[in-house]
Design a protein around this ligand. Structure first.
Ligand code: ATP
Length: 403
C-alpha cells in the first residue's frame, strides 16, 4: 500500500472480502482492469479484462467477494488494500430488502416494496451505500427508484436540486447514473437553511409525483425506493430527516456511522411499528472532503452537465431578448441584487404559468454568460440548440465561473 508515484503498470491481488481503495492523482487519470476473479465497484461488477479510465480526484474502492487480481496503469494519490469492510452487513441489508420486494411482488394486489432512507453525518458513506443497494437490486432485475435529497453533493443532476430517477441497470462506476428522464426540482441553493419551507415543499412535491407514478406501475412499486439524504443531522437538519421519512413513508431507516442519531431516530420512530431503524457501520474507506473540495466538485458537476464527463457534449451558445423571458427568484432566501449575479447557472421550468413555478419540475439548466443591458439581450449556454421549452427561468444563488 502507501502512496504511488511511479506511472507503471502494476498488479494487485485481492483476497476474498477485501477491497482496494484508490484516490486517483490530481492531474492524471488512472486506468484499471480486472485481470481475473470477480470484483465490483460500489455494487457494480467489473467486466473482465476491459480497461476502465477513472478521472483525476476520483475516490473509489474495488471490492471482491471471492478474490481477484486487479491491474492498474497510472499514478494515484493513494492506493491500499483493506480487509476490514462493512460490506457483509451491507449485503445482508440488501438480502432483507430483496425478500421484501419478492413479498410485495407476490402479494395479490402487488403491494409496496421497501422504502429505504439512508441518513448520517457528512462523509459517512451515504451516497455510496445508496448506490450499492440500487446496483445490487438492479442486478437482480428490480427497478428501484433513487431519490436524492442532497442539494450539496447530489448524484443525479446539477447541485441545488432534489431529484429522482428509476435505476434499471447497475450504476456505471465511472459515468454514474444514466439519465433517461429524471424528475428534478430546483431549490437553487446548496444549503437548506436558506429556505427551509421551499425545501420541504419541493420534497413533498417530489414524493407526491412518485406516489402517483407508483400507483400505475406495480414493478416500480414492488422495487421500492432508496433515498439519499444530506449530511446535516443537527437542528433543522434533523427536522428535515424526520420530514423526509414521513413524506416518503420510508419504512427502513439506515443510520450510518452515528450512535446518537441512531438512538434519537429509534426512540422517535418507536411509535411507528412498521418502520425499522438500523444502525450500520461506516466504512473506513470513506474519504472526508473539505468544503473547498465540495465546492470544486459542485463546479465540476455543473461543467459535466454542459460538457459531459469525457467532454463529449457540445453545448450551444444562444441569445434571447429580455422581453421573451421571465426570470423568477423564489422568495424566502436572502435577496441579492440582480446586478450582483450577472453570471450563473439558471434552470428553465416546465411551468406554464408563474404560479406553477414552485410545483413544477425543471426541464434543464442554462448558463447565463452575458447580459447586455443596453440591447436588452442575454447570452446563454444551453445543452441543446433551438428554443427553450419554456419562457420561465428560475434563479438561485448558485454561481459557476467557467474555467
Ligand atoms: P455527503 O453527506 O457529504 O454527501 P456521503 O456520506 O454521501 O457524503 P460518500 O459520498 O458516500 O459520503 O463518500 C465520500 C467519498 O468517499 C466519495 O468520494 C466516495 O467515492 C468515497 N468512498 C466511499 N467509500 C469508499 C471506500 N470503501 N473506499 C474508497 N473510497 C470510498
Amino acid at each position: 500500500g502507501g502512496t504511488g508515484t511511479a506511472s507503471t503498470i502494476r498488479q494487485v491481488k485481492l483476497e476474498k472480502e477485501s477491497e482496494l481503495r484508490i484516490e486517483v492523482a490530481n492531474d492524471t487519470p488512472l486506468r484499471l482492469r480486472l485481470l481475473n476473479g470477480t470484483a465490483e465497484i460500489f455494487g457494480t461488477e467489473l467486466p473482465p479484462q476491459i480497461w476502465l479510465t477513472f478521472p483525476p480526484h476520483f475516490k473509489f474502492a474495488v471490492f471482491t467477494w471471492y478474490g481477484a487480481t486487479i491491474e492498474m496503469d497510472g499514478t494515484t494519490e493513494t492506493d491500499y488494500t483493506a480487509d476490514e469492510t462493512p460490506m457483509v452487513s451491507y449485503v445482508n441489508v440488501h438480502a432483507v430488502l430483496d425478500g421484501r420486494r419478492n413479498q410485495a411482488k407476490a402479494s395479490p394486489e402487488s403491494s409496496q416494496g421497501p422504502r429505504v432512507i439512508v441518513v448520517g453525518p457528512t462523509d459517512s458513506g451515504k451516497s455510496t451505500l445508496s448506490r450499492m443497494l440500487l446496483s445490487w437490486a438492479a442486478k437482480q432485475g428490480w427497478k428501484p427508484t433513487f431519490v436524492d435529497l442532497d442539494i450539496g453533493q447530489g448524484s443525479i443532476t446539477a447541485p441545488g436540486c432534489i431529484a429522482a430517477t428509476p435505476i434499471e441497470l447497475p450504476i456505471d462506476p465511472v459515468e454514474g447514473i444514466s439519465l433517461e428522464m429524471p424528475l428534478v426540482y430546483f431549490y437553487g441553493h446548496t444549503t437548506p437553511s436558506q429556505n427551509v419551507d421551499l425545501y420541504k415543499a419541493l420534497v413533498k412535491e417530489l414524493a407526491q409525483i412518485l406516489e402517483r407514478q407508483f400507483t400505475g406501475n406495480a414493478e416500480s412499486r414492488a422495487s421500492g425506493m432508496v433515498i439519499n439524504t444530506m449530511g446535516w443531522i443537527e437542528g433543522v437538519g434533523y427536522e428535515l430527516i424526520l420530514h423526509a421519512i414521513d413524506t416518503f413513508n420510508a419504512n427502513v431507516v439506515l443510520v450510518l456511522g452515528q450512535e446518537k442519531l441512531f438512538s434519537m431516530l429509534r426512540d422517535v420512530l418507536k411509535s411507528k411499528p412498521n418502520v425499522d431503524v438500523l444502525k450500520l457501520q461506516k466504512s473506513g474507506g470513506v474519504v472526508s472532503r473539505s468544503s473547498k473540495f465540495r465546492q470544486k466538485s459542485r463546479s465540476y458537476r455543473i461543467r459535466e452537465y454542459f460538457y459531459g464527463i469525457a467532454n463529449d457534449l457540445s453545448p450551444h451558445s444562444n441569445i434571447a431578448n429580455f422581453s421573451d423571458l421571465f426570470v423568477y427568484r423564489i422568495g424566502g432566501g436572502p435577496q441579492a441584487p440582480r446586478s450582483a449575479l450577472p453570471i450563473g447557472a439558471e434552470p428553465f421550468s416546465y411551468a406554464q404559468e408563474p404560479d406553477q413555478i414552485v410545483s413544477s419540475n425543471v426541464a434543464g439548466f442554462i448558463y447565463v454568460t452575458d447580459i447586455d443591458l443596453q440591447r436588452r439581450k442575454i447570452t446563454y449556454l444551453s445543452p441543446t440548440a433551438g428554443e427553450l421549452p419554456s419562457k420561465y427561468l428560475v434563479m438561485g444563488t448558485l454561481t459557476w465561473l467557467e474555467t
